[in-house]
Design a protein around this ligand. Structure first.
Ligand code: FMN
Length: 357
């Protein structure tokens, strides 16, 4: 019987269990988008996960969404990541980098550049900047000839990720960031080959994955999607048709996995499971929703055909989450106030379960 604790062959890796650490931005990088020794300790503490997916990492200056996030577009950034991946490996783990291009969810105060997006439509809400939250600016719509270089930026970052010792990359195609903006029917109002009908709106995602598979191989490439999600004001009018078409195209490229968020109803998600022949990583609850993923959600989704289950918030507060799940031990609550606070408090200070003597 498949349980969270049976091993799984993913691309070229053998995962000792099916527990994935979901990508989580923690804004603790040093100036220049450099990873730090604290980040190495944080990920190493969580190395018993079957697979760690890192926080979102920008593939270019203009792709940075939040201040304080790490990058993978300079040699210094590659060098700074090496001790992080080495620490995870030394502790027996595996780690993919999540490549995140913010697109319109960005700000000139953060990057020094006007954000770009599929169309000149601002995100809904306020974006984080070094000077506090500010209204999302209107992005510059990318010209048709410029779009491929942004798709290729994921592949360039993937090459650097592998150079830095990551086992692979996950393209952030979810939560209202650039790939998700292209998929959306209200953030993408283009009339060229990247907008309009479903076949055009999926093109950017497919080009980004295709370029990444060419760069580092399908076994090292995953993508995260949030079908029907409305983060930062994105909407898709035709969720099932759009994502079925996307998964069908992606299947030809044979990436290692698709990572789905539970942003649509279960019937739609199960239909997408059927439309996807490869490995499915499932994140079973609504991101930023009231309830965090627990053991029951995981077992439910393994029963519905997911191969791997990702846990977010539980991993922040429980570095030994795998052992706690296996032993039915208490899951410590997370302190939201320290998500993005910086420093080691609420980052390196969560302990493993303490057994009574
Ligand atoms: C502090 C924090 C930061 C997050 N950053 C990211 C991110 O960088 N990329 C991403 O795809 N999802 C991000 N998420 C969403 C999580 O990956 C996950 O989908 C969400 O927390 C729901 O799962 P959970 O209930 O297990 O926490 C973040 C969530 C939290 C709590």
């Amino acid at each position: 019987m498949t349980t969270l604790f049976t091993s799984y062959r993913l691309g070229g890796l053998t995962l000792p269990n099916r527990v994935v650490m979901a990508p989580m931005t923690r804004v603790r990088a040093a100036a220049g988008g450099l990873a730090t020794p604290s980040m190495a300790a944080y990920y190493a503490q969580r190395a018993t996960a079957g697979l760690i997916v890192s926080e979102g990492v920008q593939p270019s200056v203009i792709g940075q969404s939040n201040p304080g996030t790490p990058g993978l577009h300079t040699d210094e950034q590659v060098a700074a990541w090496r001790p992080v991946t080495a620490a995870v490996h030394a502790n027996g783990g595996r780690i993919f980098a999540q490549i995140m291009h913010g697109g319109r969810v960005s700000h000139p105060d953060t990057t020094g550049m006007r954000p770009v997006g599929p169309s000149a439509v601002p995100a809904v809400g306020e974006v984080f900047t070094p000077n506090g939250p500010q209204p999302a600016p209107t992005p510059r719509a990318l010209g048709t000839a410029e779009v491929p270089e942004h798709a290729r930026s994921y592949a360039q970052a993937a090459r650097r990720a592998v150079d830095a010792g990551f086992d692979g990359v996950e393209l952030h195609g979810a939560n209202g960031y650039l790939i998700s903006q292209f998929l959306s029917s209200n953030a993408n109002l283009r009339t060229d080959r990247y907008g309009g009908p479903v076949a055009n709106r999926i093109r950017f995602a497919v080009e980004a994955v295709s370029a990444t598979v060419d760069a580092v191989g399908g076994a090292r490439t995953g993508i995260r999607l949030s079908p029907g999600g409305t983060f930062w004001g994105v909407e898709d009018t035709d969720v099932r048709e759009l994502y079925t078409a996307l998964l069908t195209e992606l299947a030809r490229l044979e990436p290692a996995y698709v990572h789905l968020e539970a942003t649509a109803d279960e019937e739609t998600l199960v239909a997408l499971r059927r439309a996807w022949p490869g490995t499915l990583v499932m994140n079973p609850v609504l991101p930023m929703g009231p309830k965090q993923t627990g053991r029951e959600d995981a077992d439910h989704w393994l029963g519905l055909g997911a191969d791997l289950i990702s846990f977010g918030r539980a991993f922040i507060a429980n570095p030994d989450l795998v052992e706690r799940l296996r032993g039915g031990l208490p899951i410590a609550p997370v302190d939201e106030a320290t998500y993005y606070q910086g420093g080691d408090a609420g980052y390196l200070t969560y302990s493993t379960h303490q057994y009574e003597a």
